[in-house]
Design a protein around this ligand. Structure first.
Ligand SMILES: NC(=O)c1ccc[n+]([C@@H]2O[C@H](COP(=O)([O-])OP(=O)(O)OC[C@H]3O[C@@H](n4cnc5c(N)ncnc54)[C@H](OP(=O)(O)O)[C@@H]3O)[C@@H](O)[C@H]2O)c1
Length: 229
């Protein structure tokens, strides 16, 4: 597939690299490719600069947000939650019409320090805000409840653990589920929560996720829904 990844941070980088390994043609979107390639500060999570990452992953084509969505079979939103709507405006509503958007973003607000709060919750979610603003997009929220290394390599954790899927369009969810299975998620561990309003629940897992990070001391964990046999 031609897959566009919006976002150049650790999520955009890790997702793009994995999708190239799986044989997809990956295009990455950013505000200004020259500015992004000339960043000298290492990413605070990966410890490397974007240009070093790009030298190691030359198959990923870096272009502007608006260039990136042209010709995409699937678009993945891996941008800061605060910027997601703005990024999608830059990408252009017409160019995205009818396409599937896998939304990995979270509405985290770090402006008041740690732990972050949610800038939308309870009666609304970022997934819904994106769907409502861009009704022609088929938004599927998924993968936002575990760290990106587990997202892209679920087998790195022992035993069963779960990934959630929320969205209004059944075919779009089927496309995302197929992608998840190709990445390594076992079909039985994928839980379809229903329409896009269920993204409220998965986005609201983030406060407990952040507390677990601080309590457990690392990010290598995920949620597992244990059911009665
Ligand atoms: N880290 C994880 O393991 C993890 C797990 C689950 C979900 N998530 C979610 O995944 C998303 C990406 O996380 P991340 O840490 O990789 O990246 P990030 O630092 O949250 O976001 C980086 C991207 O956001 C864009 N951006 C930031 N401010 C902008 C603005 N004012 N206008 C336009 N674009 C702007 C940047 O554009 P440029 O490229 O132009 O700089 C960049 O592409 C977040 O929503 C995060 O909550 C992360």
């Amino acid at each position: 597939m031609n897959i566009t990844v919006l976002g150049t941070g650790m999520v955009g980088q890790t997702v793009s690299k994995r999708l190239v390994e799986l044989g997809h043609k990956v295009t990455m979107g950013t505000r200004n490719p020259d500015t992004t390639l000339s960043r000298t500060e290492p990413d605070r999570m990966t410890g490397i600069t974007f240009s070093d990452w790009h030298k190691a992953n030359p198959q990923v084509c870096l272009v502007t947000f608006s260039e990136s969505v042209k010709g995409a079979d699937l678009i993945i939103n891996a941008t800061s939650g605060f910027a997601s709507l703005e990024v999608l405006e830059l990408a252009g509503e017409a160019a995205m019409d009818g396409k599937v958007l896998l939304d990995i973003s979270n509405p985290l607000d770090f402006s008041k320090g740690l732990p972050p709060s949610l800038f939308v919750c309870n009666t609304d979610s970022l997934g819904e805000q994106i769907q409502n603003r861009f009704p022609g997009l088929k938004v599927v929220k998924s993968l936002n409840t575990m760290n990106v290394y587990i997202q892209m390599n679920p087998g790195s954790l022992p035993g069963d653990h779960n990934v959630f899927v929320s969205g209004n369009d059944l075919e779009a969810k089927a496309m995302v589920k197929e992608l998840l299975i190709s990445i390594g998620w076992r079909e039985q561990t994928i839980i379809d929560l229903g329409d896009i309003t269920s993204a409220r629940g998965t986005e609201m897992l983030l406060p407990i996720w952040v507390r677990l990070w601080s309590t457990l001391g690392d990010i290598n964990f995920n949620f597992h829904i244990q059911r009665a046999k």
